[in-house]
Design a protein around this ligand. Sequence first.
Ligand code: NAD
Length: 249
Amino acid sequence: MPTNDVSDLASRLDDARSVTVITGAGVSAPSGVPTFRDDHGLWKNHRPEELATPQAFASDPTMIWEWYNWRRELVAQCQPNAAHHILAKWASSARVTTIITQNVDGLHERAGTDGVIRFHGSIWELRCWKECDAGKIAWQDSAVPLHPLPPRCPYCDELARPGVVWFGEHITPDVLSASLHAARCEVFLTIGTSAIVQPAASLVHTAKQGGAFTAEINLEPTPSSTEVDIAIQGSADHILVEIERQRDN
Ligand code: NAD
């Protein structure tokens, strides 16, 4: 680990009046939640990109719900890790700190972060597949396992769908505008994301254009690595612990 990069980032974070962090599946990986790109991301030999689409749901809602049910059961057994806890601490500090997450697992909230901008929704929310008036607003359902499968909309009895943003779907407009607003910050940090899923991946460009100092933490290089001011290779939990250690000294 290039220690000078970690100390540089630690002192930038100390000096900044506003910090925005965008997290991806790599932040939850040390908790045991599979990323989409690793070998454990497969379910019954299906790639996530084949399952997380409206077309897949339309053709086999029961199978797609079985996949979400499996993910909900898996996440329910996982605990937030040091990265989630450190980010929760930053978010509760006096400085403006915004956490945007592409994760749908709810682990930032379980670590105590309020006001997370959930870019891709939540696997703990459902909404009406037919978008009936009452059911187009997502509702919470933490039941594990979900029963019956597939679940139905409580308002119109049509199918319910997971309250997530699938590949090919648009980001909710107020979520997108809150994220673009948050990208106007002094330090923009991207952690544990492959930086290929749009439009999340372009937020770092928005931040850079607005004059932010930009940094990335990831196990491996990503398309963003050459564009950010500092790219640190390592596990999200270990690097954040090291940053905290340096800031405490
Ligand atoms: P991704 O699976 O495409 O990429 C994960 C990235 O994390 C990779 O670049 C990998 O190198 C990195 N990584 C893995 N372990 C790490 C660690 N310990 N520390 C630091 N980095 C690590 O995930 P993505 O970029 O977040 O985007 C894909 C989509 O996947 C998103 O839309 C998201 O909703 C969804 N997703 C969410 C979850 C979750 O909620 N936990 C899990 C899988 C996928």
